[in-house]
Ligand binder design. Structure first.
Ligand code: FES
Length: 99
């Protein structure tokens, strides 16, 4: 069953964001992590040094595993940052500062 029907939710119209150049549909009120998950994307950061994939771990803004670059600003926590129409979201490598 559709989770929106289960919750009897009536969200506003969807909008699009871009993730690494790919257009993804987002519902208002969702965090970037929720939008990426709903598109089947579970990793969007590479760790410093080894480049190991990371995504959501705690989901509440504590662990910093979910860092992502949004509109050229690195180190945004995807689990806390709301998705906004037209946001340009990119996978973050290392510190996100080209070092
Ligand atoms: S998942 Fe832990 S800070 Fe976002």
């Amino acid at each position: 069953m559709n989770p929106l029907e289960l919750a009897r939710a009536h969200p506003e119209a969807p909008f699009t964001v871009r993730f690494d150049g790919r257009e993804i549909e987002a519902l208002p009120g969702r965090t970037i992590a929720a939008v990426l998950w709903s598109a089947g994307i579970t990793a969007w950061r590479g760790t410093r040094g080894e480049g190991q994939p990371r995504g959501v771990f705690c989901g509440i803004g504590v662990c910093f595993d979910c860092l992502v670059t949004v509109n050229d600003r690195p180190n945004q926590r995807a689990c806390l940052t709301p998705a906004t129409p037209g946001a340009d979201i990119r996978t973050q490598e290392g510190t996100g500062h080209d070092d």
